[in-house]
Design a protein around this ligand. Structure first.
Ligand code: SF4
Length: 440
């Protein structure tokens, strides 16, 4: 724990609270506290303000305080003996730690899954089926003159998305910023984000797919049944107006959130939006981007995809990666009582998974890495306290547009990083498995 009390400033630090991963933070640090976070939004300020070094045990095994090395041995023994283990979480840690987690899953024949499976998993499925017309947020900032948000409320979930990337900033080809852009919001209810929009379309709950498909038909000049107005809650005139704007813009973007991916239709909804984007490229340059939640959930998708070919719900039991959401997604493996051990990294599934899944976690040996106490650490057989990524550790995270961003820590932590703990577990698991195979 640092005893430094003279305040100092860390420039260009990165906020890892949400998928915007803003890397222009100017942090004032006093001892083990960040006393000021210039440029951060209200969520970012709270994230930095609440992070300090708590006096927690380095590790717990069966509820008893112990050191990290003893806990590594206990965790490795559990994983080496397991027949159908799971590895889960990963959206709030560095890419370097994520790599180690994939390697452990590969070694022990586990199923590896990330929090993507409960947020933009359907988007991952749609990408594989439909493809993605994409861009960086920098390109969007410099070029987009029509910005559409579908099924999300960035004003409250990603406050700087509007001001740093897509609505108000001045860009190379939109020099007047907000004045040069038309902003559209499509959602089932009027949220604070609607105040930012020029046009708000209130679609009926569960009718996103029908609306997207109707827009595709109108883009192609097809006739559509007027009953679509009753089904979607949107008049044909409004749809036609939006289609004309989309076809006649210079550069359009469709941002979409969990209001599209976690409602009726799921990957069909995401696929319909991606297909609409493709159709629109016959008329204007159009891109689509999911608005991602956790700080490095995009990194988790990237790392798991580099290493396995698939973004989440990957199983190594046969010695090669197999992708099957519904079969190898963690919530399903736990809910059906199939997993016999769990390694949870930087995630708290016990706070939000269904009761059956949480109950099963109580009955199997669970290993958890987290900087803080959570519902999941409370039921863990082995719990490690780790340093907070971005605030105490270096490493790499991915912004929601797949841009890697380096981390500049504010102050050191006495606790090990996720990467260090996972590397040690991997090394010990390999030794245990080699010994087992040598005996066999
Ligand atoms: S928008 Fe997200 S990443 Fe940026 S400062 Fe706010 S919470 Fe942090």
């Amino acid at each position: 724990m640092t005893t430094e009390t003279t305040p100092y400033v860390v420039e260009n630090a990165t906020c890892t609270f949400c998928g915007c991963v803003c890397d222009d933070m100017i942090l004032t640090v006093e001892g083990n506290h960040i006393t000021q976070a210039k440029n951060a939004c209200v969520l970012g300020k709270a994230w930095f303000a609440e992070h300090t070094i708590e006096d927690r045990p380095f590790a717990l095994v069966d509820g008893q305080e112990t050191d990290t090395a003893t806990a590594v041995e206990a965790a490795a023994q559990i994983l080496a003996k397991a027949r159908f283990p799971i590895v889960y979480g990963l959206s709030d840690t560095t890419c370097e730690a994520q790599r180690q987690a994939v390697a452990i899953a590969d070694l022990v024949g586990a199923s590896i899954d990330t929090t993507t499976s409960v947020c933009h998993g359907p988007t991952g499925i749609a990408f594989q089926g439909v493809g993605e017309s994409t861009a960086t947020l920098g390109e969007i900032k410099n070029r987009a003159d029509l910005v559409i948000y579908w099924g999300g409320n960035p004003a409250e979930s990603h406050p700087r998305h509007f001001t740093r990337y897509a609505v108000t900033p001045k860009g190379m080809f939109v020099p007047n910023g907000r004045k040069d852009r038309t902003v559209v919001l499509v959602d089932v209810r009027r949220t604070p984000s609607a105040r930012v929009a020029d046009i708000f379309l209130q679609v009926k709950p569960g009718a996103d797919f029908e609306l997207l498909w109707a827009l595709r038909a109108l883009v192609k000049g097809s006739r559509i049944d007027p009953a679509i107005e009753e089904i979607t809650g949107i008049s044909l005139e409004t749809m036609q107006d939006l289609v004309e704007r989309m076809k006649n813009c210079r550069y359009g973007v469709l941002f979409f959130g969990m209001g599209l991916t976690m409602t009726r239709g799921r990957h069909f909804n995401a696929g319909a939006l991606l297909a609409l984007t493709t159709d629109l490229n016959d008329y204007a340059h159009f891109v689509a981007k999911p608005v991602r939640g956790h700080g490095n959930v995009t990194g988790a998708d990237n790392v798991v995809t580099w290493q396995t070919g698939y973004p989440f719900a990957v199983n190594f039991a046969r010695g090669y990666p197999r992708f099957n959401p519904g079969e190898f997604t963690t919530v399903d493996l736990l809910g059906r009582g199939e997993a016999d051990a769990a390694l949870i990294i930087a995630s708290d599934p016990a706070s939000n998974f269904p009761k059956a899944a949480v109950e099963h976690m109580r009955h199997i040996p669970t290993i958890v890495l987290d900087p803080k106490s959570t519902y999941t650490t409370a039921l863990a057989r082995v719990a490690f306290t780790t340093a907070t990524y971005g605030i105490n550790t270096t490493g790499t995270v991915y912004r929601m547009d797949d841009i890697p961003i380096p981390l500049r820590p504010a102050f050191p932590s006495p606790y090990p990083t996720d990467e260090e703990v996972l590397t040690a577990i991997k090394k010990r698991v390999r030794e245990l498995l080699q010994a087992k195979h040598a005996v066999a």
